[in-house]
Ligand binder design. Structure first.
Ligand code: OOG
Ligand code: NI
Length: 446
């Protein structure tokens, strides 16, 4: 390869995801343990269900993951947008976490096209701290002041961002430097940016404020491998002494998985040195697993939200969470055929290559499905769920504190997009156009 050849963004994302995984295994040894447990559990599931994976699928399964970080300022968020762009990752959807008492709003950076997701499905749930939701004015100003002095990107990285933007990508050599420099943003810093008493004051206001403001950079706070049987992992977590969250977030266990189910285990206490020489601990980094199902249409999503609310209001001490959830979701169709007929979920349609006996004018999509000439398979949900994300956030902050209940609910997508420097992509539009393109492709054969 000559040095002027631009390397594919998918390849850069793939090597960045691998580098991030290596770094996180070194920083958080439990993550290495988690990866072995997930591998064992996935293998067991594959054997028990006699699933045959191609070598590509197998490699992808081991690689599947998302991560999460939290930044403090508009400049930091927009720098991340530029960094992720180099890896072919774009902000999809807006998530307002203030509804759950968490002073952040978020997006998820990811690749947009199915073929790109197959090369590397790596995503990063990225949150921006909302100091505007913090009531204590003096503390808010202090936090702003501290954040204004830090710089999360190295000069080398900025030069490579400029280069990539002006020449439409990076060559292999530059990409290798880019991966190493970008990784620095996500590294854990034991050395805090603040004095012990400042940390304590921030922590008393909201644990997230302390997490975002007190350090030199926005450390990666978890990486999440994909699992095939999350209920089994949840019970293994308990057996093997991981401090798992009490419940699995998201929809119940079903024949046809929908959206996203996730669970996590409690964060580490990590040693910190403050600028005044004092020492202490900070709790932020944890482990999580995810199981993904079919993407829902707006109609399906409305039904999901309604039934999830029903389950939350039916919550009682007499029944466990899984049972309450199962009961509430009894009205959610659980076959792909029904999900499709009721337009609750998205599908990829494809030509089965069977000989077609229908008259030309009768070859509609539905008739061709009926005659066995077109078939469909689920489109996987690639995004996140705000209620679940809130559950993950809160279960991984240290001790609860009073002030946190005072965060006002106030979504503000406009201000988020201004900070980001672009609008977020709407996930429904992505799934809808993927489905539509597959229908057109399949019908073009007839
Ligand atoms: C992000 C929590 C949300 C998920 O998987 O829903 C998340 C955070 O704690 O920063 O990662
Ligand atoms: Ni997560």
């Amino acid at each position: 390869m000559t040095s002027s050849t631009v390397l594919s963004k998918d390849k850069i994302r793939q090597s960045f995801a691998a580098a991030m995984s290596d770094m996180y295994q070194q920083e958080v040894p439990e993550y290495g343990r988690l990866l072995s447990l997930v591998k064992q559990s996935n293998n067991k599931f594959i054997q028990q269900n006699s699933i045959t994976l191609s070598s590509d699928e197998d490699a992808l399964l081991a690689k599947e993951h998302h991560g999460a970080i939290r930044v403090g300022t508009a400049e930091e968020l927009s720098a991340l947008r530029r960094v992720f762009n180099v890896m072919g990752m774009f902000p999809v959807d807006y998530y307002d976490l203030s509804v759950a008492g968490i002073p952040v709003h978020s997006t998820a950076f990811r690749a947009l096209e199915p073929e790109q997701l197959l090369i590397s499905p790596f995503r990063v749930f990225t949150s921006l701290l909302r100091l505007d939701l913090i009531a204590d004015e003096a503390l808010r100003e202090e936090a702003q002041q501290i954040l204004s002095t830090r710089n999360i990107v190295t000069d080398e990285l900025v030069a490579l961002l400029d280069k990539s933007e002006s020449q439409g990508g990076l060559n292999e050599q530059d990409a290798a430097v880019f991966v190493a420099e970008a990784l620095e943003i996500f590294r854990w810093h034991q050395q805090a940016n603040v004095k012990k008493e400042q940390y304590d004051a921030l922590n008393n206001t909201h644990r997230l404020v302390a997490d975002v403001v007190s350090f030199k950079g926005p450390h990666i706070n978890h990486l999440t491998p994909k699992v095939l049987d999350i209920d089994e992992i949840q019970s293994e977590f308990k057996k093997q002494g991981f401090k798992a969250k009490a419940v699995v977030e998201g929809p119940p266990n079903r024949d046809c998985d929908i959206l996203l189910r996730q669970t996590s285990f409690i964060a580490l206490d990590e040693a910190v040195s403050f600028t005044d020489g004092e020492t202490g601990t900070h709790t932020a980094r944890f482990g999580e697993v995810e199981q993904r199902g079919i993407a829902l249409t707006p109609k399906g999503r409305a039904l999901y939200d309604e039934l999830l609310n029903l389950a939350r209001s039916n919550k009682s001490d007499k029944e466990d969470h899984a049972t309450t959830l199962q009961n509430a979701f009894a009205d959610f169709p659980d076959s792909y055929e029904e999900l499709r007929k009721q337009e609750l979920a998205y599908f990829n349609y494809f030509d089965t290559k069977q000989p077609c006996c229908l008259d030309k004018q009768k070859r509609s999509l539905e008739a061709l499905i009926e005659s066995g000439n077109i078939d469909f398979k689920p489109i996987r949900y690639e995004d996140f769920l705000p209620v679940s994300a809130a559950g993950i956030f809160t279960s991984n902050l240290a001790q609860d504190n009073e002030a946190e209940n005072k965060i006002q609910q106030s979504p503000n997508q406009d201000s988020f997009e201004k900070a980001l420097g672009t609008q977020v992509v709407n996930a429904f539009d992505l799934y809808q156009s993927q489905q539509q393109a597959s229908i057109e492709r399949a019908l073009a054969e007839y």
